[in-house]
Every structure is written in structure tokens, then in C-alpha cells.
Design a protein around this ligand. Sequence first.
Ligand SMILES: Nc1ncnc2c1ncn2[C@@H]1O[C@H](COP(=O)(O)OP(=O)(O)OP(=O)(O)O)[C@@H](O)[C@H]1O
Ligand SMILES: [Mg+2]
Length: 423
Amino acid sequence: MQHARAGRLISDLLVSNEAAAEIRVHGIGAFLLQHFRLMAEDSEQEQARLARLAARTGLIAACCTGLAMLITFGSLGWLLWTGVMALSVGGTAVIAIRTGSNALDNLVRQVNFMYEEALFVGDLDRISAEATERAIPAGGAPLPECIESVRFKNVTFTYPGDDQPALRGLDLTIPAGKIVALVGRNGCGKTTTSKLLAGLYLPDDGHVLLGGVSTAEADRHALFSRVALVSQDYYRWPFTARANITIGRPEAPITDDWLDDAVQYADAHPIIDDMPRGLDTLLARGYKGGHNLSGGQWQKLAIARARYRAGDILVVDEPTTSLDAESEQDVFNKIRDLAATGQTIVLITHRLHSVRHADLIYYLDDRQVTEYGSFADLMDPDVTPAGRFRASYDLQRRQFQPDTAQQLPPAPSADSPPPTPRS
Ligand SMILES: Nc1ncnc2c1ncn2[C@@H]1O[C@H](COP(=O)(O)OP(=O)(O)OP(=O)(O)O)[C@@H](O)[C@H]1O
Ligand SMILES: [Mg+2]
């Protein structure tokens, strides 16, 4: 089954639109085909083994059946021959034996069928029990009207199947109405922290408290309604541009003012104006009239969606990775404006210059907070040796410094001749 599924996955990849460019440019087609063949051969070998086993079992069963029939009809013939049994009784016995053996045959088939189905039912049962165990419970404690802060208290979380925790004894506080930045190296647990805050996961140990109510006890649907999320892996809905934004609040009636505000906020109006049918343009290439967007344009729609949702806590995980310099600056300015209106912002980013205006910065390392404070605290030159935040910030800053620029060819002066085009 594993190999058959892997084969199906590879054959889907071979015809997938998203993978097509890399498959062609990197010549991955032959590599995928080779793996598909390996998977198919393994699966075929296993099927052949099972077929041989079934044939052997069938042969033994047929021999036993034949032998039983021989003994039965032999005995019947002997009884008739010796006159122990009347001919009419013998005829009835033949009919009874044939009906009985058909019924027995049917019974064996049904038992076999039941056994095979029971394996699937067993799997379904196990999966249902696991789904119930992991289901987000309905009901629970209400959240306070005004959430004064979000606190992570000694939170440990391990993804199912992983042997290492993604977060280990994490402690942090996110005060309401402030911009709190989470920074740190890849894999240090920033996205996991945001998902725990949003109630998507529950901690294995410790508590995530929203206004004093633990996410494990809170009404999780009420919790979701307080959070707007621009996740790192935001989804590109194959619907219209309008639906891609308003899906942020699917239960609320669509209001044009609100929609317009979200579009303006994300600076997405030039994109919408350029689309053949404006907000009603279908963003799914596989359908008639379907249109596609660039990575940065999709990201702006995701930001508009989060704005449309208008949760008390806005979590933005790498919101500007695909944006041009101007749009990036614009997004950060708008995030700052939002905090001025009292919204709580959790900003996750690797662009350290953009956290200068955060009220509080947490630096995560080795799955826990190792440094925190304001930008000025973390950049304090009197603190030696420099912390990880300051070292990372300086590393990024040096990329823009003159000594790097000096290695570049000099900019042309007004009297220098025009550059010669290269062939
Ligand atoms: N869905 C998942 N299943 C299993 N392990 C996961 C999953 N998502 C993340 N992890 C693991 O948890 C750890 C923390 O991941 P996380 O995504 O929180 O890091 P991050 O700080 O957001 O990294 P990045 O800066 O690259 O986005 C990593 O070691 C990662 O391998
Ligand atoms: Mg991440």
C-alpha cells in the first residue's frame, strides 16, 4: 500500500502545474519516472507474491474439497449399491449435498470478505478514535471581552511523530495593543508559537493564556474568532479575488466598504484594477477565464484577507517575503498604524530592520526564548559580548554598508561615456 501510494504521489507530481517548471528546467522527469518504476515494480512484486499465495491456498482448498466430495459420493454410492439406502433417498441426498456445499462455500466466502473488510473497518475505527481525540472541542470557557495579554507559561510542544520538541519551556508575554516581534533562526519555533497562540495546537506541557484563560479550556471557536492570521504558508484559494479576501470572514455578509478598506490596506488595488474582471476575476488557471498572480500579488491578497477578518490579535508570519521594497515598507508602516489603533500585532520576520519599531522583541534559539527586550535594549552597545539579536542585526546591516558598495563597479558619472552593450 505504501509503495502504491508513493507511486500515485509521483505520478501526480509528474503532471502537476506547480512542479512543472522545476521538472523541465532541472530535468527531474527522468528521476521521477525512475522512482515511479521502482515503486510500481515493488508493488507488482508484492501483488504477484500475494497472488501466488492465494493460488497455493486455493489449490490446497480445492484438493480438500475434491477429496471430501469423493468420500461423500463414494459413501453414497456404496450405501445405494448395498441397498442400505433407497434410490429416492439417495437422489434427495445428492440435492441436499449440493445445496449444502453451495451454502458452505458461500459462508466461507462471506467470512473471508468479512475478514478483509474488518481490516478496513479496524483502520477506520482507529483513525476515527484519533480524530475524536484530536478534534477541536466545541464549548469551553468564554474569553474575556478585553484580552489584556497573551502569556506562554513554560510551554513545551512536540509535533506528533517527532522525537525532539519544537518548543521547550517557552515563556513569553504579549501585551495587548503592542507590536511584539518573534525573531530567530530557521526552525527555532516561531511559526509553532504562532499556531499555539491561534489555538491550532495545544501545548503538551505548560499553558498558553489569553486574558488568563488557557487555550486548553477556552472555547476554541471563540478563540479563533479573535485571531487574524497571515501564515507563512497561507493558502491560495482557487476562487475569485473577492472570495479570496472575504473568505477571511465567511460567516459575515460582504460589505463593500469593508472590502475596499482591506484592498486599500494591503495596497492591492493596482492588482485588482489590472485583472480582467476586477474583484470577480477567477484566480484558478485550470478554469475558463482563470487568471494567475505573482507570489507578491498573492501575498497582498493574504494580507487583505487578514485585514478583512479584523481579529483582536493579528499574527503575521513572514508577511513580506515576496513583496518589493516599497510594498514591504508600506506593509510595515500599516502594521505600525494598526498597533496605534489598539490592535495587538505579533510579527514574525527575518528582516530585522523591520522590528525596530516593535515594542518588544523575543529572540528564539534552541526552541526557547534566549533574549528579549526593546530594540534599544537588545542593541545596547554597552552590553558585551553582543547578543544573538545584535549580531544578526549587524550582519544584515553590513550588507548595505559602503565597504560592500566599494567592491561594486563605480556608478557612471555625468561625463563618462555611455556603457557599451554586452553581447
Ligand atoms: N507540521 C510539522 N510536523 C512536524 N514537525 C514540524 C512541523 N512544523 C514544524 N516542525 C518542526 O518544528 C520545528 C520548529 O518549526 P517552525 O516552523 O516553528 O520554525 P520557524 O522558527 O517558524 O522556522 P522558519 O524561520 O524557517 O519559518 C522545526 O524543527 C520543524 O522541523
Ligand atoms: Mg516559520
